[in-house]
Design a binder for this molecule. Structure first.
Ligand code: SAH
Ligand code: SF4
Ligand code: F3S
Length: 461
């Protein structure tokens, strides 16, 4: 059956549903993991929205629940399976409810096996390679009354021009590459997201122009390793070229990008980063570890000296930069001395903030087979020491901002206090401020009055 016919039948189904139930079919999204995963959820929401589905937040009232899942750490997978378990009784109350399970976990054979055996409430399994094929699977479930799955790995790019139901009106994620070729030895991502492939620059630019016309002020260019953007494209283009092209788009106020890989950051990229005012002065550069032996075992492709040099260059060329990182503690065979090297480097570089993780063994990755797995207690102590150090450094950095006026893109009212609003500074700091007026989506000036390690508080000027 052609894709057009499938869509037409689904649309008719949705209309009939509405006639019978008195409301349009409700869709609810449970999303885990990184921005790629949230981006996938927005695409699926867009496909269903075109069929008249309405998005809701309460799984109890859903007609379809779509789970986009994450495999990066075991704790993430356990959280997902816990949630999925709790959905079972919803399905008992409403047997017509459809549960769709997809994303990175669905690309792991042992998880799929588990789901097919023990989680019978799942009707539809979709992978990360063919998001645009979601409607075909849904059609199968609805019209053949059978479980349906497609986990094929294609390494093709998703169709261009798919509808999107964006969560934020003023800020949008834009994928520039899919997949990853780096095979860091601890990481599952290359196995669940496939080989790296780049979208064509003209497709990216026209998507962003469309978003800007739709009111978007900030875009985040997404890829597992944005610095290797462009490989295999004709005519030749690299990430710095793309960034410049994006920065030249009229009325685009803010550009962010993530994630950068230290091995592939070029001087050309740093100078583009420095040159344009609408490129946010926030550089996220995962360090992962501070000793050369562990970096090598991780297959990261750089030394601690190279990282330090790069960090210093970025800070010299862009003095106001806010610099953040990811760090893993307790990688197999990491000794106390090697961990100490990480602490020393963290202190020397002075990150504005760091996302810190306890190493998690991922089946099928080389590090899972390595000797010298570090006991959990030691990993726990190390992360605590690292977090304590980083909290102190973050506080010192933030204290320097007291009295300064920052440009803040307002995200909305704060969750805990209706009189407070929340936004992000150019340097990606979380800023809270009181306001009588709703300034959501505006870029405003906030004078910082109080700093803490994790956020800033100030007032409108
Ligand atoms: N592509 C990005 C981010 C990938 S996942 C990059 O290369 O930096 C986000 C972060 O999760 C990683 O930076 C790493 O710090 C962490 N991570 C990945 N695999 C992990 C594992 N097995 N255990 C603990 N942390 C992990
Ligand atoms: Fe994982 Fe490394 Fe690829 Fe990042 S660059 S996604 S850490 S393999
Ligand atoms: Fe998780 Fe997949 Fe992202 S494993 S971190 S959701 S690419």
């Amino acid at each position: 059956m052609s894709y057009e016919n499938i869509k037409e039948e689904l649309l008719n189904w949705s209309l009939k549903f509405k006639e019978k139930q008195g409301h349009a079919p409700h869709m609810c999204f449970l999303t885990f993991g990184c921005q790629m995963s949230f981006h996938d959820a927005e695409l699926i929401a867009g496909l269903l929205w075109e069929l008249g589905f309405v998005k809701i937040d309460q799984p109890e009232q859903a007609d379809i629940i779509v789970m986009n899942t994450c495999s990066v750490r075991e704790s993430a997978e356990n959280r997902v399976l816990g949630q999925l378990g709790r959905l079972k009784h919803l399905k008992e109350n409403n047997p017509d409810m459809i549960i769709a399970f997809g994303g990175c976990m669905a690309q792991r054979p042992e998880i799929v096996e588990k789901i097919e055996k023990s989680y019978r409430q799942v009707d539809l399994l979709f992978g990360t390679h063919k998001i645009d094929d979601f409607l075909r699977l849904l059609h199968n479930v609805l019209f053949s009354q059978s479980r349906s799955k497609d986990l094929e790995e294609t390494n093709a790019l998703p169709k261009e021009g798919l509808p999107r139901l964006r969560v934020q009106k003023h800020s949008a994620m834009v994928s520039i590459t899919y997949g990853c070729n780096n095979f860091c030895t601890y990481c599952i991502v290359p196995y669940v997201r496939g080989r790296e492939r780049s979208r064509r620059p003209e497709d990216i630019i026209s998507e962003i122009e469309f978003l800007v016309a739709d009111g978007v002020k900030e875009v985040t260019l997404l890829g597992q390793n944005v610095n290797s953007y462009g490989k295999g494209l004709e005519p030749q283009v690299d990430f710095a070229d793309l960034l410049v092209e994006v920065a030249e788009i009229t009325d685009l106020k803010r550009i962010r990008f993530m994630t950068s890989h230290p091995r592939d950051v070029s001087d050309k990229l740093i100078s583009a980063f420095a040159q344009y005012d609408n490129i946010c002065k926030h550089f996220h550069l995962p360090l992962q570890a501070g000793s050369n032996s562990i970096l090598k075992a991780m297959n990261r492709g750089y030394s601690k000296e190279k990282y330090l040099q790069l960090a210093q260059k970025i800070k010299e060329d862009v003095p106001q930069v806010s610099f953040t990182t990811d760090i893993i503690v307790g990688f197999p065979s990491e000794t106390e001395e090697e961990f100490q090297e990480t602490l020393d480097l963290v202190e020397k570089i002075g990150f504005d903030s760091a996302y810190t993780f306890i190493y998690s063994k991922r089946g099928g990755t080389p590090a899972a087979q390595m000797e010298g797995q570090v006991p959990y207690q030691i990993k726990q102590q190390r992360i605590q020491r690292l977090m304590d150090l980083q909290a102190e450094i973050s506080l010192q950095k933030n204290l320097k901002l007291e009295g300064e006026t920052l440009q803040v893109l307002v995200e909305g009212p704060s969750k805990n206090d209706a009189n407070m609003y929340t936004g992000r500074s150019d340097g990606y700091k979380l800023v809270h401020f009181p306001s009588q007026e709703d300034k959501t989506g505006e870029i405003i000036s906030v004078k910082i009055e109080k700093a803490s390690p994790w956020h800033l508080t100030g007032r409108l000027v």
